[in-house]
Design a protein around this ligand. Structure first.
Ligand code: 6PG
Length: 239
């Protein structure tokens, strides 16, 4: 049974501060060079910026942490919509992370499928197996956001990727302007900690629907470790 916590903060800035603090604390207790899987979109950007500043920038084990992406848009890493670009500008370009420790999704591959297969191989090589063991989570921390349709990462309602349990990374074309690549739920859930970040009133309806147990992609986030809901008041539907 997943241990779940839920915290509600006054606003997006408070959410980002506490999210950075939780990530920093969870990494401190990680049992090995920590593996952290990041979310894209706009919500986590401020958290990444705060991680790159005091006090976290002085405390964080930059030399050993390895960074991964839960999903990516199939665009070049310098494209305005690239998660790699967003995280690099908000975090990586400001802290001493070795390029060997940044595991970007290879979006210059010949196709989204080739990119997904390549990333899957890279993760399996690092994990040391092609099958996930619940007792050996792939990640120490996974950050995810969610959309007002209940998607998370790039796992969108009604798409085959939501039900993919064999592939570690799946592709979805035609839902968004650019092809999307996403780790699948078995991989996202293979984590000591999953942090679900939500800010803004547009997220409140999905939060309620998940709480009611509605079958949305976000509802499938059930980590082998601990699940932390971190919301601002607006997303929590509180005044
Ligand atoms: C992405 C994210 C996606 C995001 C949600 C919420 O690549 O866009 O992985 O799942 O977390 O769409 O996006 P916002 O944080 O911008 O609301």
């Amino acid at each position: 049974m997943t241990k779940t916590t839920r915290e509600v903060f006054a606003d997006a800035e408070e959410l980002a501060i506490h999210g950075a603090a939780l990530l920093n604390a969870a990494v401190e207790t990680a049992r090995r060079p920590p593996r952290i899987c990041l979310a894209g979109g706009s919500t986590p950007k401020r958290l990444y910026e705060l991680l790159a500043g005091p006090p976290f920038v002085f405390e964080f084990p930059w030399d050993v942490a390895h960074w991964f992406f839960g999903d990516e848009r199939f665009v070049p890493h310098d494209h305005k919509d690239s998660n790699a670009r967003m995280v690099s500008e908000a975090l990586f370009n400001k802290v001493p992370v070795s390029s060997d420790n940044k595991h970007f999704v290879p979006t210059r591959a010949s196709s989204p499928e080739v990119a997904a297969a390549s990333y899957e191989r890279e993760l399996q090589k690092i994990y040391g197996a092609e099958a996930l063991d619940p007792k050996e989570p792939m990640f120490d921390i996974v950050l995810v956001g969610f959309g007002d349709d209940g998607h998370t990462a790039s796992l969108f309602p009604g798409t085959p990727a939501v039900n993919e349990t064999t592939r570690w990374m799946a592709t979805t074309v035609g839902v968004k302007p650019e092809p999307r690549l996403s780790l699948t739920f078995p991989v996202l859930n293979s984590a000591r900690h999953v942090i679900i970040l939500g800010a803004g009133a547009s997220k409140a309806d999905v939060v309620k629907r998940v709480a009611r147990g509605e079958d949305l992609p976000l509802t499938k986030i059930r980590p082998t470790g601990e699940l932390h809901w971190m919301l601002d008041k607006a997303a929590a539907g509180e005044k």
